[in-house]
Write a protein that binds this ligand. Structure first.
Ligand code: CAA
Length: 381
């Protein structure tokens, strides 16, 4: 058993850290303040090969595997979680979808563009009435005589749905089929009927656009069905097994940023004639932050390693996301506390970390859903 990253992964981590701290971190506060889409940052990630991490070299990807992807996502999210969300969704929910379920033709058409960063991918599952209960979605896909499908309905909370070039869209092909009546479609956003709507005004991740999506008589050719008709729910769930490793990595990155900021401030700030770092109350917070981060990171790498070995990793991904996201929120709260009044202002990044961390317990399955997935995996047999 080896708890260290191998040499290749350490080199990747160092390169990702240098890039993220050099290029992404200095732009993060401004993107948050102006609610400005992190398009330039995503493009730069593409130049680093970070948009093709889940894609094999055959299609122009950097094929980093799940462990490598986690290593990169931790560094990117430590610097800029808005960029981190974008590249996590693109890699683990869209590129991964094509790699796992795409036909040869679909792979040839989309993967080289996605891997190079020429195209960005979005994932459209949630609706107003189906968030946690994803299987109850109502967006309709009706098959036409020529085999194509017409999609109608409204999707909600779609990350960068207004900047994506292709989206994996889930729609109902059998009105009475429950979660066995859902199909996944590869939709090019330039097609008629793909209409990004209201942009959400969010608490955090303000550089990542989250939009409503209108599907208005959107015609999708039969060859753009992803996987089998009526098997879309299984596809959605199995992709989220991988996506949740990405969000857990994001949470670890945010928690690390909280720890670094807290250590720096605790050494600099003096009260009662000595640095905050000299007080046991502060030392306790630092120790708890660091210990939880290490535990969360190990859970992330365990889930990622299982994925790279081709083994089931759903339970472990949920455990990693559950623990990492809760800990990131706790770290963010304590980082603000250590900074005191200063931490409540925008003069210090911990205020932004506090807001950015919040959604890691909500999207790609809430904390409550992760517990349900974990508990069911023990109770079902
Ligand atoms: N992989 C493959 N198949 C799976 C699976 C998995 N991980 N989990 C469940 N399934 C299959 C089951 O085997 C079952 O198949 P059969 O009927 O053929 O046996 C079928 O799916 C139904 O399973 P359940 O009975 O467990 O389904 P459920 O309706 O009880 O729902 C749930 C399960 C875990 C609650 C699920 O709905 C869920 O994960 N909800 C959360 C949704 C979510 O995470 N949304 C995120 C939106 S995307 C996003 O946030 C991206 C972004 O922009 C950042």
């Amino acid at each position: 058993m080896d708890f260290d990253l191998n040499e290749e992964m350490q080199v990747l981590q160092e390169a990702a850290r240098e890039f993220a701290q050099g290029e992404l971190a200095p732009r993060a506060a401004e993107a948050d303040k102006n609610e400005a889409w992190v398009g330039d940052q995503v493009r730069m990630c593409g130049e680093q090969g970070f948009l093709g991490m889940a894609v094999s070299e055959e299609y122009g990807g950097s094929e980093l595997g799940a462990v490598g992807t986690s290593v990169v996502l931790m560094e990117v999210n430590k610097a800029c979680p808005s960029t981190g969300t974008t590249i996590s969704v693109h890699n683990s929910l869209v590129c991964e979808a094509l790699m796992r379920y795409g036909t040869d033709a679909q792979k040839q058409t989309y993967l080289p563009k996605l891997a190079s960063g020429e195209w960005l991918g979005a994932y459209a599952l949630s609706e107003a009435g189906s968030g946690s209960d994803a299987g109850s979605l109502v967006c309709r896909a009706t098959q036409n005589d020529d085999g194509s499908f017409t999609l109608d309905g409204t999707k909600l909370w779609i990350s960068h749905g207004d900047y994506a070039d292709v989206a994996v869209v889930f729609a109902r092909t059998d009105p009475d089929g429950g979660n066995k009546g859902v199909t996944a479609f590869l939709v090019e956003t330039a097609w008629d009927g793909y209409k990004p709507g209201k942009k959400e005004l969010k608490m955090g991740l303000r550089g990542s656009n989250t939009v409503e999506l209108q599907l208005d008589q959107l015609r999708v050719p039969a060859e753009n069905v992803l996987g089998e008709v009526n098997r879309g729910f299984h596809i959605a769930m199995s992709l989220l097994d991988t996506g949740r490793i990405g969000i857990a990595s994001q949470a670890v990155g945010i928690a690390e940023a909280c720890l670094d900021a807290s250590v720096k401030y605790a050494k600099e700030r003096e009260q009662f004639g000595k640095p905050l770092a000299a007080f046991g109350a502060i030392q306790g917070k630092i120790a708890d932050m660091a210990t939880g981060i290490d535990a969360a990171r190990l859970l992330v790498f365990r889930a990622a390693q299982l994925k790279d070995e081709g083994k089931p990793h759903g339970r472990e991904a949920s455990m990693a996301k559950l623990m990492a996201s809760q800990h990131a929120n706790w770290c963010a709260k304590e980082a603000v506390q250590i900074h005191g009044g200063a931490g409540y202002t925008r003069d210090f990044p911990v205020e932004r970390y506090f807001r950015d961390a919040r959604v890691t317990e909500i999207y790609e399955g809430t904390t409550e859903i992760q517990k349900l997935v974990i508990a069911r995996s023990y109770l079902r047999d």
